[in-house]
Design a protein around this ligand. Structure first.
Ligand SMILES: [Mg+2]
Length: 435
């Protein structure tokens, strides 16, 4: 009898747990975790019977209820961003940031061309929709199409998380960490000090822009020495216990990059980013072998296929996929897995807005090989409850979906922009330079 009572009590406890946990929100796939690996068919059948009862207590639609996409809305937002709202018939709106910098109108047009496919579809089949949008295009990839896809992907994950009442990282097996390190842009000693006062411990500078002109194919000694001196000054303020990376911005020709990498190594930068234009991965791999500093790259690579060659050729050990370019959360999660097999880490690129940041934080919280998240805005003036930095980190988001909510009132004066890419020329002969 004692044994029977124990079994009955255990059964009751299991049933209670099933009812009191958010069974309807985490789906049948989680039932084996709730019931333990020994769960058998009968228990699953019982659980199926329990789900409708729980569903009726929840206002959130479930896998059994109809949810359809009704409209895609793009909004140009200062300084150079494009926000996407994916509307549904379930009173849930997904947010995304489908933007190629300098091509906001083109990106909006790409979204307009995706809209007919998504209207009337269930938004929760995120991977299926990404596959359809990417593969049915026939001409696959490229920055415009993968950026549009990225924004859609973010919005669909946002909807899915909101419908299920959990952050996206919960759906991806996270959290994998308790807080998330972020870094700030800083090009001058004063900017470093200001960022430190705001709580940052990691930074990135862009030395290619500090010399009065951009690097030439073969640079003179004065140009190199000036760059090195400027970085030395920044490094001293950052301190030995802080980190500062250097973005070559793909704007330094290989011969000059090679000298600069050698001269700057003594200061142990966090990383060298885009040491040359990323179109020649073989050459980047060759240069990577000449230094002990980690090479970072990725903002101008798209999808798992774009990152495959970087890893295979050893061109970088820090991958910087952009959540708004590389294919969104779905694709960056896969890229992170590929990187893990090469002992490479992920530092999501992000010179964009708070939706991009929010998507990056969801990735950071769901992968093991995260390094640091780039940001240029913590969302002040754009979202309710902007992110806050403490000791170099932001807290793990806890709200459903991407974890943010746009502040339409605060954004009212930021609607619309006509931002264009910089035109840069050599001051001595007027020839076109990279920027
Ligand atoms: Mg960069």
């Amino acid at each position: 009898m004692d044994q029977k009572r124990k079994e009955d009590a255990a059964d009751l406890q299991r049933r209670s747990l099933l009812k009191n946990t958010a069974v309807a929100t985490i789906g049948l796939s989680a039932l084996s975790a709730v019931s333990g690996p020994e769960a058998h068919a009968e228990e699953i059948i019982q659980a199926r019977e329990i789900i409708p009862e729980v569903v009726q207590q929840s206002s959130r639609p479930t896998v059994r209820e109809s949810v359809r996409i009704t409209k895609l809305e793009t909004i140009m937002v200062k300084p150079r961003w494009l926000f996407l709202k994916v509307h549904t018939n379930a009173d849930v709106v997904g947010l995304g940031e489908p933007i190629v910098e300098g091509r906001a109108l083109t990106s909006a047009a790409a979204i307009k061309e995706i809209e007919p496919y998504l209207i009337g579809k269930d938004p929760r089949a995120v991977v299926h929709h990404c596959q359809a949008i990417y593969r049915h295009a026939f001409y696959r990839g490229g920055p415009v199409l993968t950026s549009a896809l990225s924004g859609v992907d973010q919005a669909l994950w946002d909807i899915k998380g909101k419908l299920l009442g959990v952050p996206v990282y919960e759906l991806l097996g996270g959290p994998t960490r308790q807080r998330i390190r972020v870094y700030a842009h800083a090009r001058t000693p004063d900017q470093i000090r200001e960022c430190k006062s705001r709580g940052f411990t990691a930074f990135k500078t862009d030395l290619a822009r500090l010399n009065g002109r951009y690097a030439r194919a073969v640079e003179n000694k004065a140009w190199i020495e000036n760059d090195v001196a400027q970085f030395a000054a920044l490094r001293e303020i950052v301190g030995k216990d802080g980190d500062i990376g250097i973005d070559f911005h793909g704007a330094v020709p290989p011969a000059t990059a090679k000298i600069l990498m050698k001269e700057l190594e003594q200061f142990q930068p966090f990383f060298y980013e885009e040491i040359i234009n990323s179109q020649n991965v073989d050459l980047m791999a060759e240069l990577a072998k000449t230094t002990h500093i980690p090479i970072a790259t990725g903002e101008r690579h798209f999808t798992k296929w774009g990152f495959r060659q970087i890893l295979e050729k050893g061109a970088a050990t820090i991958l910087q996929p952009d959540l708004c370019h590389a294919g969104g959360i779905t694709e960056v999660r896969l890229i992170a897995g590929m990187a893990e097999a090469y002992y490479a880490s992920i530092a999501p690129h992000n010179p964009l807005g708070p939706i991009s940041l929010a998507a990056g934080l969801q990735i950071a919280a769901s992968i093991p090989n995260f390094l640091c998240q780039e940001q240029v805005s913590l969302g002040d003036g754009y979202i309710k409850n902007p992110f806050k930095v403490r000791d170099g980190y932001v807290d793990l988001p806890t709200a459903p979906g991407l974890g943010i909510e746009l502040d339409d009132n605060a954004m009212a004066d930021k609607i619309g922009h006509d931002w264009r890419n910089a035109e840069t020329y050599d001051p001595d002969d007027g020839s076109v330079t990279d920027w």
